[in-house]
Design a protein around this ligand. Sequence first.
Ligand code: RUB
Length: 327
Amino acid sequence: MAVDGIPEEAERIASDIRDMRVRGAGRIARAGALALRISAEKYSGDSLEDFKRYMKSVADYIVRTRPTAVSLPNAVSYVISPLFRLNVAQSVEEAKKVVVERANSFIAYSERAVEAIAEIGSRLLHDDEVVLTHCNSQAVVSIISEAFRQGKRVKVIATETRPLFQGYITARMLADKGVEVTIIPDSAVRSIIKDVDKVIVGADTVTANGAVVNKIGTSLIALIARERGADFYVATETYKFSPYTVWGEPVVIEERSPAEVLPGTFLAKNPRLKVLNPSFDVTPPSLVTAIITEIGLIPPQASFLVLEEMYSREAVHDTVRSVEEDA
Ligand code: RUB
């Protein structure tokens, strides 16, 4: 249920995330931070306690839009958690300023992180290599684009990515930059893996033990890459590492509508048919060569250390180091 008084723009961002007009874990996180900023800026009451309660409901509402990518609760928590610390703001105006600054800081950090990942990841790619990717990840596209910009003639194989075909977005983005891209059906991966040097995929969540949650089909590709001996890299910003998994919380795998898999008319004619449409799967750390992050290339087994570095005991809910600290 929508939140009373939530501005139209923030409501639109929530429905854009829910209906996947805004998609991909990084973009979702930035959109969530923006929705909180807009909600704070447009708030017109003068009770600090009411403002905090209102921001908490907006935050919960935004987090509920899609369940799997931890970048969303991490971003939301980064933006509003200071409000709930003692003496951070004495008035609604001061509290609004805190939210606006934290949202801007998150968005700036996130954009810089993708650039850093592009820089680090591009060093792994060499002239004439063939890279296979799955779904549409901004982190992956930025790595391949950067390698291409440096003059490396990398070729890309993009899976279609059923049922919503996000692979077409990847293919178009890279082809527009001049990269040679070949689209394959998801089921062709094992047939073409002999031509692939490296697999690079994005992530929605990385757990404390280094398992990677990404678009459905990713774990099959990882298995095939292992069978063939091809490197399997994951490109992700550190705010996709899940602090919740440290405490044993399972990652919720989003189950989407059957209508994404089969046309409604077919379903209507076959009412006894069941359709499963899980949107993500889990790749175990043993199948991941390394994780490319903005703080460097890390083995999946070091994921807990990344979380430990990101979270101090005092501020367990701050999900990214502030841009100021970093500068
Ligand atoms: C997108 C997906 C992407 C990750 C990483 O799934 O699985 O690989 O979100 O993307 P959906 P990015 O299309 O269902 O959102 O690197 O852009 O954050």
